[in-house]
Design a protein around this ligand. Structure first.
Ligand SMILES: Cc1cc2nc3c(=O)[nH]c(=O)nc-3n(C[C@H](O)[C@H](O)[C@H](O)COP(=O)(O)OP(=O)(O)OC[C@H]3O[C@@H](n4cnc5c(N)ncnc54)[C@H](O)[C@@H]3O)c2cc1C
Length: 440
């Protein structure tokens, strides 16, 4: 229950930023309200494992209420924040308004479709557990539909998986999908050969993993090719249709299209009335507060801040975590009458995994590729996973699938239709009829 006389700090979002801010503030004599539209915190770096059937949702997510249990001054509320009354310092949900003395907005970001929101149902992105389950459904269903079609003697359909965007998520998805088709499912079908699946990664820029050193981009591309992924750089997608991806006049038929390009910050950023960048991120002060509103902090993927070299801080978990802690420290300094500190990001390095035992890592000037990079990725990410039980389960699952090539969460749930399938069938039938007519 909220205690009336205590300072009230409202935190929006229990992702990396919001959760670490709440934990840092918990020892102060304040009342904290942590609001999220989901009842769980999602460990986004492992979402691709849920999307590719390696892990189940409960292994990478934990109830927010459970995470902060025992912290009597943190109240958790399930709800979506819609707007603010900045003058009267209130946060607006659909049916309630909550007052605050301090506000920390950590609502994160989502995918952007370059102004083509109509592409979203055709090419899901990966941000939430629901997204991961939808991707898993489509990927596994495509193999099943292809098998059924072939078993019934129908024309073979192109089993192409097209991933748009060659950043870390696109690279992870492409590498793991290649592993699934080449290893995991290789001997389980009678009428199709999953090894013939084409995994196609399209990157609009000149290289994959553009935020990494060039040598690591080249290494990642090479590792992807070895796994059987077709990598196309400078491939700008201009249109997405149910069973096709277009790059200018070039059409690529696709059974499954996945979106891993573009980031759009939460729309809450714009509602704070401050300046935002092109992705909708709030241009915060060096102490992470919003200009003209020292009582409001914006952190994580929703904040735009440059480091001391003028480089924009990346949208990664360590930035959000450190900003959460820094915003909490500045509130504490206010309470003690001390001047605020500017935020400094301590960059511990970047890691991206590519497949079962491949990856790249960049620690300052140290560049690592291959198995060691993958192993570092695995241990660092498991260390940050919330919940001891989850860490143990994930480690065991990983060891098991490493040695056996098995993926334990291969469940198709929900709808058994694929947006592309009818179009692909129609096209295959039309071309069969045309070729028969040509023969006769
Ligand atoms: C697939 C994927 C893989 C990634 N891999 C890595 C990686 O390997 N390493 C790495 O460092 N980073 C990785 N990232 C990036 C990292 O996850 C983000 O930088 C980080 O989560 C940002 O933290 P945040 O607190 O700003 O936002 P988030 O963690 O996204 O949390 C935002 C929270 O706000 C809630 N929310 C949003 N809007 C509202 C609203 N209106 N009302 C109430 N609640 C709301 C959401 O439900 C969510 O819980 C990955 C991201 C994705 C999507």
């Amino acid at each position: 229950m909220a205690t009336e006389h205590k300072l009230r700090i409202v935190i929006i979002g229990a992702g990396f930023g919001g959760l670490y801010a709440a934990r840092k503030l918990a020892h102060l004599p304040v009342q904290i309200t942590l609001i999220d539209r989901k009842n769980h915190h999602t460990f986004q770096p492992l979402l691709y494992q849920v999307a590719t059937a390696g892990l189940s949702p409960g292994e990478i997510a934990a109830p927010i209420r459970w995470i902060v249990r025992g912290q009597r001054n943190i109240e958790v509320l399930l709800g979506e924040v819609r707007d603010f009354d900045l003058e009267n310092r209130r946060v607006k949900l659909a049916d309630v308004e909550l007052p605050y003395n301090y506000l920390i907005v950590a609502a994160g970001a989502s995918h952007a479709y370059f102004g083509h929101d109509e592409w979203e149902p055709l090419a899901p992105g990966l941000k939430t557990i629901e997204d991961a389950l939808e991707i898993r459904r489509r990927v596994l269903l495509a193999f099943e539909l292809a098998e059924r079609q072939a078993a019934a003697g129908g024309p073979a359909l192109p089993l192409n998986f097209v991933i748009v965007g060659g950043g870390p998520t696109g690279v992870e998805l492409a590498g793991t999908l290649a592993e699934i088709s080449r290893q995991v499912l290789a001997n389980e079908f009678q009428s199709i050969d999953p090894k013939n699946t084409r995994i196609i990664l399209l990157e609009g820029g000149p290289r994959v993993l553009p935020s990494y050193a060039e040598v690591l981009s080249r290494s990642a591309e090479e590792q992807l090719r070895q796994l059987g992924v077709e990598v196309h750089t400078s491939a700008m997608v201009t249109k997405v249709e149910p069973a096709d991806v277009w790059m200018g006049d070039t059409r690529l038929p696709a059974a499954v299209i996945l979106w891993a390009a573009g980031v759009a910050a939460s729309p809450l950023g714009k509602k704070l009335g401050a300046s935002v960048d092109r992705a909708g991120r709030v241009l915060v002060n060096p102490d992470l507060s919003v200009p003209e509103h020292p009582e409001i902090f914006v952190i994580g993927d929703l904040a735009a801040l440059k480091d001391e070299h003028g480089k924009m801080l990346p949208g990664v978990a360590p930035v959000a975590i450190q900003e959460g802690a820094a915003a909490a420290r500045n509130i504490e300094r206010d309470l003690h009458g001390k001047p605020r500190e500017n935020f400094h990001y301590f960059d511990k390095g970047s890691l991206a995994t590519i497949g079962r035992a491949a990856g790249v890592a960049q620690f300052g000037t140290l560049h690592i590729s291959g198995f060691i990079a993958w192993l570092s990725w695995l241990f660092i990410h498991i260390f940050f996973l919330i919940g001891f039980r989850n860490r143990i389960i994930v480690l065991v699952q990983w060891a098991w699938s490493y040695f056996t090539y098995e993926r334990g969460a291969r469940l198709i749930t929900g709808d058994q239709r694929l947006p592309s399938w009818e179009e692909l069938q129609h096209e295959a039938q039309t071309s069969t009829v045309q070729s028969r007519q040509r023969v006769s």
